[in-house]
Design a protein around this ligand. Sequence first.
Ligand code: SF4
Length: 288
Amino acid sequence: MHSISPYKLSGPTVVSFSGGRTSAYMLRQVLDNNDDLSDLVVAFANTGKEHPATLDFVQECGERWGVSIAWLEFRDDDAGFAVVHYATASRQGEPFEALIRKRKYLPNPVTRFCTIDLKIRIIHKYLRSLGLSTEEAPVDMMTGIRADEPLRVAKIRARKSTSESKWASMVMPLADTGIGVQDVTDFWTNQPFDLMLTTVNGRTLEGNCDLCFLKGAKQIYSIIASDRPKAFWWARMESEVISGGKFTGDGDRFRFDRPSYQQMIDYSDTQFDMFADHDEAIACFCGD
Ligand code: SF4
């Protein structure tokens, strides 16, 4: 007797595509394990601070695999989101900045409202605009969390439905089938295209927002050292909150246990190693 593939759709299903190799791998499995894809919605939420290679990769997955991917961005308006596409997607942090302006303070490692508001919440708003994620039309929310991410798996298993909608059930086919980072790496080794970002032990250090405050200090410094302009947006967000010119409130740093982004820019030439090995990355739900 064959067991049913965990990638088999059993009703309206959303693949939450982070733009990373892991969730793209999951999407490929869904495409390979279903003849009828009419129940499938694939959503990619762009913060505006994604690496350009991530946007290229999302676009390439959609084109090569012939799957429609909804590109979504936060908007501070009644709808709360906009549907964009590759050519019109924000690339200067605009959705993220609009959210900070609305909140009037910065996210930080404890209050990670950016993941929720820029990604999770707008995907649900989009689904509701399609008549999904409601009592009448519940959905499965397929998330690319691997078996080798036990803390994230446990956290999601504990709450089952998403925090945003009780009509969306979290499903984690990769975790359920024991898929780890090596499986994902092996898969991409054999594909004719790939996410053009370097990996260290299978992990993509430049994925998600380019200088996300949850990344390890060493990682942040190395990205700033190789591409200082990336840090200007983060420094500007901190300085504008501090100055009170455009924002008010007291969230004037993304992290209080590190120098400001402006200080990191200033140090990056001369004292690059000063904060190296300072700390490790914190896993967030923005995903791989
Ligand atoms: S990658 Fe980091 S900064 Fe970007 S939305 Fe996720 S937690 Fe926030």
